[in-house]
Design a protein around this ligand. Structure first.
Ligand code: F6P
Length: 351
């Protein structure tokens, strides 16, 4: 059973209008292309599998496009069958490879991409990626009148109109496991650790992994814009009586990153035993969690359903466990607002 709704400009879901079983419906779209773009995220393969199988189930042809938009520009396109996506649900990364394409940023590049689509008689595109990828997809769709549906594939969870993104849960769990290990050594040495995590300009990964790992604080861009979070933590005596402290830092120019924050603390408190860990790209790898596999499967099937309902230029999102269609413009509008409730949970639980 698929439940679906559309969110309006203010992110408010419009009332549910239908409930139905997925079935083959007549559509003008006979053939789709699928690509992954931008940073890889765990669960992208599960999404590729679901899109492929749902398209074939609906009588469409499916083409895998390698290396994101670059592959579209350079015609790295291959027809997929159901067994092209066998046994990939458990694999991290993306079998289609990914890239950040400079060529696609030019009109000439996009024109070549369009010509390659026509060469293969591809009527529509499914793009799996983050905000940059969906921005590019939206421009391409408008320029050449190509129906495009996006799936939010990013560990950053920084897209609007969806509660979560494909890969976010796995990355969160990876960070939590790393934090648990770091806590052992921090406690043994009675150290203060600054641990830097990804997220681009979004603090969700840092905030939620701080809660999940029992960290003392999270320094995130959304709050750092307004105030000097580190100064506030120092004023509050953030080491308190604890013999180890862990501070999650979201990578960003706004937070300054873990290195700079640690240097500031060392200058002010030379006696503190401070260490820095930057988790880096290990956060993007690994087998996806059950949650990400299920999310990717639901979203992948919803993408084909969206085409059958003549939707275009929408991202598949999930809100309150229901699939929603989010117009690209809304999805990529601006940074997501951070939840006050989550900030409060961390503040109270870390006293
Ligand atoms: O968007 C995903 C992401 O991992 C961000 O969190 C990070 O800032 C960026 O990609 C890193 O990009 P790259 O893999 O190109 O270094």
């Amino acid at each position: 059973m698929i439940f679906c709704c559309i969110v309006d400009e203010n992110n408010v879901p419009l009332p549910l209008t239908f409930t139905r079983i997925f079935k083959h419906m007549e559509s003008n779209i006979k053939s789709i292309g699928i690509l992954t773009s931008g940073g890889d995220s765990p669960g992208m393969n599960a999404a590729i599998r679901a899109v492929t199988r749902a398209a074939i189930f609906s009588g469409m042809r499916v083409y895998g496009i390698y290396r994101g938009f670059r592959g579209l520009v350079f015609n790295e396109i291959e027809e997929f069958q159901t067994n092209s996506v066998s046994n990939i649900i458990k694999q991290g990364g993306t079998i289609l490879k990914t890239a950040r394409s400079e060529e696609f940023k030019t009109v000439e590049g996009r024109k070549r991409a369009y010509e390659n689509l026509k060469k293969h008689n591809i009527d529509a595109l499914v793009v799996i990626g983050g905000d940059g990828s969906l921005t590019g997809a939206g421009i391409f769709a408008n320029e050449f009148n190509i129906p495009v549906v996006g799936l939010p594939g990013t560990i950053d969870n920084d897209l609007n109109g969806t509660d979560t993104t494909i890969g976010y849960d796995t990355a969160l769990n990876t960070i939590m496991e790393s934090m648990d290990r770091l806590r052992d050594t921090a406690t043994s040495h009675e150290r203060l650790f600054f641990v830097e995590v990804m997220g681009r300009n979004c603090g969700y990964l840092a905030l939620n992994s701080a809660i999940a790992s029992g960290a003392e604080a999270a320094i995130i861009p959304e709050i750092s814009i307004e105030k000097d979070q580190l100064a506030e933590l120092i004023d509050q005596g953030f080491r308190k009586s604890k013999n180890s402290s862990m501070v999650l830092v979201a990578e960003s120019e706004v937070t300054g990153g873990a290195m700079k924050l640690a240097e500031r603390v060392k200058r002010q408190y030379p006696s503190y035993d401070v260490r820095v860990t930057i988790l880096g790209h290990l956060q993007r790898g690994g087998s996806p969690t059950a949650e990400d596999r299920i999310l990717a499967s639901r979203m992948g099937i919803a993408a084909i359903q969206a085409f059958q309902e003549n939707q275009r230029n929408v991202m598949i999102g999930i809100r309150e466990n229901e699939i929603v269609y989010v117009p690209f413009k809304r999805a990529i509008k601006k940074e997501r607002e951070i939840s006050d409730e989550l900030l409060e949970v961390l503040r109270i639980s870390s006293i």
